[in-house]
Design a protein. Sequence first.
Length: 278
Amino acid sequence: MKGLIKMAKKIYTKKLTYAGMSLCLLSFFAFILSAAGALADPVGKLVYNNVFTNKIDFMFTPDIFAYVNIYGLSCALVIFSLVAFFTSARAKGKKKLDGAFAGFLILFPLVVMITKGIMIYYVMVKGHFSNAITRGYDNDKFRVALSLADDVLPFIAAFLLFIGGLVIAGRLMGEDFAVEIPVAAKTPDSTPAPIPMAAPQEQSFVQPDITQFRKPDNAEPVMSQGVTEPEISQEIPQQTEVAEPADTAEQSAVEKCPHCGSELKSGAKFCSVCGNKI
């Protein structure tokens, strides 16, 4: 497909060989010896407490961290020997072993041999072993011998695996049988195809039904239940008409004395001029 990574076939040959009975036996004995070296501390404590009068709680490792520090390499060799045994047993009489298996079977045991060889040299040269054997007590001799066995047993197991790796490597060098293994090599295309853009999707708008928001015909208006304002009286107070006094013309009927014709004062009963009674 254009624009994608093209797959180019690449073929290489790989030699395969078989595992004989010798490799199965070497890996099996390596497993037994490495397991004995890894269990030297707990087994040695049981033997020591049964043989000697003074009892001890441990030989060299008081806790699990000290045990891993001292016997971690031996435990790894146990697992490696077990894997080598099952692998060689499956390849017995069948050409299934390649150069990678032979390389692991040589390199890891070689590392173990170097490490344990240094520790063996340290015990022997420092004089702990010779001093304990010649001048020490029996329990001291047992401790030094067990300490030496912790390193010697894994060293022998690694040596057996190392020999087995050399055997497999020698067989592969003289082997004519090879298989062709295709490998897909990824080569990017020089003209990458443009990335297709997705067409925008149309969004449909649905008109909402406004009938559900209409006011029913028989609905009554909702009165606000708030504070009712006091009604303001629209009545205009009536103004009292003040009666105006009668026109002076109407009241001006000036009273005159009927006897002498003189003007009389308002409310007078006798004329002030003639003195007659009105």
